[in-house]
Design a protein around this ligand. Structure first.
Ligand code: 6PG
Length: 478
């Protein structure tokens, strides 16, 4: 074979990824279950580079130079297993299968182990950036063996996006499922970012009384500062858009029920298993599910709320500035939680993930790309053992300056009856982490009372139980 890489699964992501490889000078074998798609790709985009169309699995495998590198771009779940089982028997020792779908990292671990035993490298790879990213440069998060990255890395570096300092946004995240785990948390953070932006919009609209067009302007201004990010940029675009049919702001004609395909939910499920508090991400997932409960919402519509208090123009503009502070502070918390989860996953599965490198490859190409990520990279690069982003001096000082406004915004939201689960959860996390003493002491005492679950003391080593049903004397339980 002559193709340096093959892509099977030519829906829009697979097709664009194949084109990206071809445009970067690689010979690309292309294959799809229904051959019409393969032919269409070559007909439409054949002049962008060198494609080798293959009708059958055998033809596809034969088209690849050794060690074969074969990218699977099919729907995550059973289709991925089916495609692996179709190709694996045709491969030889040392060949590499790359799964570029949004797979669950536990599936990736299972597949990697199985294929490793058959002598085949399996590289579960997170790819972010949507259709445009796949074509012009995504952020790429490969897992799998270091050996497979040695042959694959240089190719991925060519097709990846480039950070502002010119470095490609791809790095080996760690063995087996590390890449898909990092991608999962990327998506969890994406959900949180989107939720925080939605809350900012809701407040500017309902409390400040801004129109969508005015909010678009506000976001455009924010996008020139520390909030500079792809998601803020596209939010401004969406809010400035007018529906052609009705002449109304586009956002007003879209049904207010947000859907999800599962990666945000996985992030929270796994965080629960690992015991990592990702409250911001959880609230974002729950906000989407709440929005989808149309019947529940209809049945609750008559419940009483506060009387709205309109703001003067001056108050509205001051409030908008405060919302920027609240959004930024909450964003720091989301990333703190997300990076905590990656660290916890890395510890639990022995992946040895470099958090600075995660932040580095999220600086461009992916959906959460933002100026902010270069600062996270710098924080982790200079302080390898940073216990939390909040313990970085710069972030701590920024959140410190934002906190008064952040509190005002959350209080105003409560007063005016605007739900801000993301801002509020982030603030609660911040206040809980910085507290000297938490009421968890009381929780432990209650557990000891009703279930003899024991407690530790602040002044002595050991475990203790109080005889609550008896004379309330204390006994040691070690
Ligand atoms: C990306 C995105 C992508 C994800 C969509 C939709 O990084 O390019 O995260 O992988 O599929 O954002 O996710 P939901 O349908 O769950 O909102």
């Amino acid at each position: 074979g002559t193709a340096q890489i093959g892509v099977t699964g030519l829906a829009v992501m697979g097709r664009n990824l194949a084109r990206n490889f071809a445009r970067n000078g690689f010979t690309v074998a292309v294959h799809n279950r229904t051959a019409a798609k393969t032919r269409a790709l070559v007909e439409e985009f054949g002049d962008e580079g060198t494609f080798v169309p293959a009708e059958s699995a055998e033809e596809f495998v034969a088209a690849l130079e050794r060690p074969r590198r074969l990218v699977i771009m099919v729907k995550a779940g059973d289709p991925t297993d089916a495609v692996i089982e179709e190709f694996a028997p045709l491969l030889e020792e040392g060949d590499v299968i790359i799964d570029g779908g949004n797979a669950h990292f536990a599936d990736t671990r299972r597949r990697e182990k199985d294929l490793r035993e058959r002598g085949i490298h399996f590289v579960g790879t997170g790819i972010s950036g949507g259709e445009e990213g796949a074509l012009h440069g995504p952020s790429i998060m490969p897992g799998g063996s270091a050996e497979s990255y040695a042959t694959l890395g240089p190719m991925l570096e060519k097709i990846a996006a480039k950070a502002p300092d010119g470095t490609p946004t791809v790095a080996h995240m760690g063995p087996d499922g590390a890449g898909h785990f990092v991608k999962m948390v990327h998506n969890g953070i994406e959900y949180a970012d989107m939720q925080l932006i939605a809350e900012a919009y809701h407040l500017l609209r309902s409390v400040a009384g801004y129109s969508p067009a005015q909010i678009a302007e506000t976001f455009r201004t924010w996008n020139t500062g520390r909030l500079d990010s792809y998601l803020i940029e596209i939010t401004a675009e969406v809010l400035a858009h007018t529906d052609a049919d009705t002449g109304k702001p586009f956002v007003d004609v879209v049904t207010d029920q947000a859907e999800q395909k599962g990666t945000g939910r996985w992030t929270v499920q796994i965080a629960l298993d690992l015991g990592v508090p990702v409250s911001g991400i959880a609230e974002a997932v729950f906000a989407r599910s709440l929005s989808g409960h149309a019947d529940l919402r209809a049945a609750s519509r008559g419940l009483p709320g506060p009387t709205p208090r309109p703001l003067s123009d001056e108050e509205a503009s001051r409030f908008a500035d405060q919302v920027e502070q609240a959004l930024y502070a909450s964003k720091i918390v989301s990333y703190t939680q997300g990076f905590h989860q990656i660290q916890a996953g890395s510890d639990a599965y022995d992946w040895n993930i470099d958090l600075g490198s995660v932040a580095a490859i999220w600086r461009a190409g992916c959906i959460i790309r933002a100026a902010f990520l270069d600062r996270i990279r710098a924080a982790y690069d200079t302080q390898r053992d940073l216990p939390s982003l909040l313990s970085d001096k710069e972030f701590a000082s920024e959140i410190g300056s934002a906190q008064d406004d952040w509190r005002d915004v959350v209080a105003t939201a409560a007063h005016q009856g605007v739900p801000t689960p993301g801002f509020s959860a982030a603030l609660a996390y911040y206040d809980a982490l910085r507290a000297d003493r938490l009421p968890a002491a009381l929780t432990q005492a209650q557990r000891d009372f009703f279930g003899a679950h024991t407690y530790r003391r602040v002044d002595r080593e050991g475990s203790f139980h109080t005889l609550w049903g008896g004379d309330r004397s204390e006994v040691g339980t070690d």
